[in-house]
Design a protein around this ligand. Structure first.
Ligand SMILES: C[S@@+](CC[C@H](N)C(=O)[O-])C[C@H]1O[C@@H](n2cnc3c(N)ncnc32)[C@H](O)[C@@H]1O
Ligand code: SF4
Ligand code: SF4
Length: 396
């Protein structure tokens, strides 16, 4: 499965390379319309996760209505969007979630892929909604990719999410999606955020996912007020010292043991590299030049380290995006935040669009794999000296 994905991935890279090369060059001189987009359609949530504080800022009254969303998406700003993610908060808490997906498909003429992460906990809502989005994307020839978040096996998941029986509840959505895959083609799997609390469970989650034949992606915990409202949790939940090295080992083991062309390995190598080098980013990020994010109340911002640059219920999104003050803020992010930013958001998109960094990764990953004993787990390395650069995500 991973090999098929990777073959498609490389084929896409080769096909779009000339156009993307030109776009990347042009982006150095003039701002371009965005191609990647994350929409937090609500911060209302059906969980109260330990490592994310979006649930604390849920306020249905502040969420844009479907009409406001449709009006905002009628702007020419969105004409080049190729990858859109619906996030939150918990998207399935909105009764009109399927309509929001339809509006995005209608209003984004170049949309290729729609992504959605869900807790899957409120399964009686999530299952019919996801089924409708799968059908919609099938009809409209859009790639749909959805993941249920699972942060531990059995009780650990409930402890992370602060929801009783969360693992069993999410399991119902997982089973329904696996069943639906027998009828429709769409990407489905689970997503797991690893932090200080569930680090010990990471191998368990992996073993369980393999047993259940579930595609899995692991996220390394990040702390960002703009996207997760959780900068204050860093002191509590960022793995430090030996724990941080265990986290690095976990990600490096994935690179060593998983198929070379597995789409996630690029991101796992990035995590391992950043821990090892004191959080100096070497990987590209599409949000530097072609990403945009939107909050439930219409606040527009460039990425998880960006300030709000305007509100789409009050002004035309294209005018907000291209005005000099916004672009000056983007240059500030590039100079001040990018060098130490851990974000993996849509990094695979960047890899497709920037062939050279991906080719470099393939060489490095192959070298890792050839190291003696690479097919077995690494011994835990001794702790590195404290990084002199800002801590993981400290300034994310
Ligand atoms: C913010 S949630 C929104 C969607 C949905 N509520 C969910 O939990 O899947 C999107 C993804 O971010 C992940 N996430 C939460 N807190 C995180 C953190 N501190 N660092 C990195 N990823 C995190 C979640 O596990 C989830 O997979
Ligand atoms: S990770 Fe998802 S479910 Fe958990 S609090 Fe954040 S938005 Fe809600
Ligand atoms: S600060 Fe991070 S998320 Fe934002 S553009 Fe830079 S690397 Fe990407």
């Amino acid at each position: 499965m991973a090999q098929v994905y990777a073959a498609k991935y490389l084929a896409k890279a080769a096909l779009s390379a000339p156009r993307d090369f030109v776009r990347a060059a042009v982006a150095n001189y003039t701002p371009l319309h965005p191609t990647v987009f994350i929409f937090h359609c609500t911060f209302v949530c059906d969980a109260r996760c330990e490592m994310c504080s979006n649930w604390t800022r849920g306020n249905r009254k502040e969420d844009m209505t479907l009409e406001q969303i449709d009006r905002a998406f009628s702007s020419p700003l969105w004409k080049d969007i190729e990858n859109a993610s619906l996030s939150g908060g918990e998207p399935t808490t909105r009764n009109d979630m399927v309509d929001i997906c339809r509006v995005m498909i209608d209003r984004f003429p170049k949309l290729r892929k729609l992504t959605l992460n869900t807790t899957g906990i409120t399964h009686h809502r999530a299952i019919p909604m996801l089924t409708k989005v799968v059908e919609l994307c099938h009809e409209r020839n859009i790639i749909f990719s959805t993941r249920v978040s699972i942060d531990g096996v059995n009780d650990m998941h409930g402890e992370v999410r602060n929801v009783k029986n969360a693992f069993e509840k999410a399991g119902k959505t997982i089973a329904a999606m696996q069943e639906l895959q027998k009828t429709y083609r769409f990407n489905f799997g689970i997503s797991s955020t690893i932090f200080q609390k569930n680090l010990d469970d990471a191998e368990n989650i992996l073993a369980w996912a393999r047993k259940e034949k579930l595609d899995i992606v692991f996220n390394m915990v990040r702390f960002t007020d703009a996207m997760l409202g959780n900068a204050d949790l860093e002191g509590k939940y960022r793995p430090m010292g030996v724990e941080e090295q265990r986290m690095r080992k976990f990600f490096l083991d994935r690179v060593r043991q998983d198929p070379l062309l597995d789409g996630q390995n690029y991101i796992y190598m990035h995590y391992a590299d950043m821990i090892a080098n004191g959080y100096h980013r070497m990987a590209p990020c599409p949000f530097q030049t072609q990403g945009i994010m939107l909050n439930p109340n219409g606040d527009l911002f460039f990425c998880e380290n960006s300030d709000i640059v305007g509100n789409v219920t009050k002004e035309d999104p294209e005018a907000i995006y291209f005005r000099e003050a916004s672009q000056a803020h983007r240059r500030h992010i590039r100079d001040e935040k990018c060098p130490t930013c851990l974000s993996p958001c849509q990094m695979n998109v960047a890899a497709i669009k920037q062939v050279v960094p991906y080719a470099r990764f393939l060489v490095r990953a192959s070298l890792e794999k050839r190291r003696p004993g690479s097919q077995t787990a690494l011994p835990v390395p001794p702790p590195l000296p404290s990084p002199s650069a800002p801590a993981a995500g400290a300034d994310l």
